[in-house]
Design a protein around this ligand. Sequence first.
Ligand code: LHQ
Length: 258
Amino acid sequence: MSSVILEIKENVALITLNRPEKLNSFNREMALAMQKVLDDCYTDKSIRCVLITGAGKGFSAGQDLAEVVDSEGPGMDTILSQHYNPIIRRIRNMNKPVVAAINGVAAGAGANIALSCDIVVAAETASFIQAFSKIGLIPDSGGTFFLPRLIGWQKASALMMLGEKVSSQQAEEMGMIYKILQGDNFLDQAFAIAKQLAEMPTQGLLLTRQALEASFKNTLEEQLQEEDRLQQQAGNTADYREGVKAFVEKRKPIFKGE
Ligand code: LHQ
């Protein structure tokens, strides 16, 4: 069985991290498989939303620690540049929205891969751990970028230094994730969100991501100009024309992601 499974249905790509006996921790093979699957999602025009989840009881426990103590395993000089950074870049540059469905514990790089997604939803039993400090490492996979922006510097600093486990309820309260999906049909509910996004104007969603990213480095004046520039691009899409036309004609729009 592959360590990363890709299933495509109803224009949604469901990516399942699949080493459940190791809490879906990443070894080199799995990191490269994840990159390949993300590339496939990028190039497949029929896919309009990507949904990432984990098999079994966890989402991902981050790096497979057995691999880093193996003398044959990848060295510290390659793990980030060859394994995790390419995954984070692929998620952030994905040409469709990316949703993380956190089904259980998300630790280390597993937690930060989750936080790099556009929307993060979690099961009631999920949890998040910046586990790096406990083994003498710094948070990676974009964690030092995303976490302070999501929950503020102080909380990020404490969670990263103490390595405390955060429940999905705490994560929702502090704004680390979008929300908890209550009940036992967690993946179905997460899939429904992904399907909703897959039916929306994809280009507008991507331009929204771009505007949000730009806002962290811009002044208000620069951001107003950026919104103007991006809105003109959005206004040039076929989906915008369809959205307005459907509203005026009092019917449901049919968006094509163009
Ligand atoms: C694991 C792992 C794991 C292998 C559970 N590896 N087997 C970047 C640069 C370079 C080097 C290193 O890494 C990085 C990026 C990183 O991600 S660093 C952070 C690495 N991750 C961690 O430190 C987390 C380690 N895991 C844990 O602390 C716990 O497993 C958590 C809190 C995630 C879950 O605890 P439990 O729910 O109690 O599960 P468990 O500990 O019993 O784990 C279940 C099995 O999974 C167990 O195997 P076993 O054969 O004993 O049943 C664990 O050994 C295995 N596993 N995490 N990262």
